[in-house]
Design a protein around this ligand. Structure first.
Ligand code: SF4
Length: 280
């Protein structure tokens, strides 16, 4: 059985930088806790815990002198709150996430109503919206929610996407708003790494040589889920967190297995999965 990797997959620059920053901090015997998973990958979280950096869900749980903000970012008020609690901050927020914070601020100053396309429970989206007046924004995930609002009542609208979405999937949602309010502008905030991984995953799944696709990534990783959805449109596709999750029955009769991975999947996990498939 042959394995063919996507042209582009796995760790993006933001996650790579976050990973390096936390490992450097741990190597210097820094005592810190990460607010939320540093990246959405259970193996990376386990690795950090083995280095002595634990994960917490709330700032109030931090007992260490340093709080680490993840690549997804936090609401701006969390910086102030951390300092009030006497904590030092190691900020690993991705540059592209900060770009969206800035774009949202600019749009509000221009008087626009904000529409975030994304998951309201995702830390990245919470980071953008937590400190805002609820009347200044909406978070949308589907067309039903988009149909429920009178968009024509706003002077102008700025649409911002969670960085790891598959934009095509939300085109219907955005078109409802654009139709109702001609002063709607889309900000292209889907991150380049997400786009590249998605394009390469689509090409891989469309490849006539490939019979089955395995997508590797964390359970909570939004971008991994979207890769899985894209590949599933063309070939039988399975989402795994690591080599142990592979069921040999999936690959029966397959001559070539396509392999791709979400932006929070470390290279060694991709290699472990490839070795497992090759050994079958
Ligand atoms: S997927 Fe993009 S936005 Fe998210 S951490 Fe990676 S580079 Fe940054």
């Amino acid at each position: 059985m042959r394995v063919k990797r996507a042209e582009k997959y796995g760790f993006c620059s933001g996650v790579r930088v976050a990973d390096i920053k936390v490992k450097r901090f741990a190597a210097k015997r820094g005592e810190g806790a990460i607010l939320g998973q540093v990246v959405h990958n259970e193996r990376v979280v386990e690795e950090m815990e083995n280095l002595g950096v634990r994960t917490v869900r709330d700032l109030a749980e931090v007992e260490e002198p340093v709080v680490i903000f993840s690549a997804h970012g936090v609401p701006p008020s969390f910086h102030k709150r951390a300092r009030t609690l006497g904590l030092d901050i190691l900020d690993t927020t991705c540059k592209f996430v900060y770009d969206i914070h800035k774009e949202a601020k600019r749009a509000l100053e221009e008087g626009a109503h904000l529409v975030f396309i994304g998951d309201p429970g995702h830390r990245e989206v919470v980071g953008y919206t937590n400190d805002l007046d609820p009347s200044t924004y909406h978070i949308l995930q589907n067309v039903e929610q988009a149909r429920d609002v009178d968009w024509s009542s706003y002077a102008s609208i700025r649409i911002l996407y969670q960085t790891t979405l598959n934009a095509d999937q939300f085109d219907d949602v955005v078109r409802i708003i654009e139709k109702a309010n001609p002063k709607t502008r889309r900000a292209d905030t889907i991150c380049y790494a997400t786009k590249q991984n998605q394009v390469a995953a689509r090409e891989l799944a469309q490849d006539t040589e490939v019979d089955v696709v395995i997508v590797i990534g964390g359970k909570q990783s939004a971008n991994t889920r979207h890769l899985h959805e894209i590949c599933g449109n063309y070939k039988p596709s399975y989402l795994v967190q690591g080599a142990d999750d592979i069921d040999p029955a999936w690959l029966e009769g397959a001559r070539c297995v396509g392999l791709t991975a979400g932006a929070s999947t470390p290279d060694y996990v991709v290699q472990e999965v490839e070795d497992r498939i090759s050994s079958l």
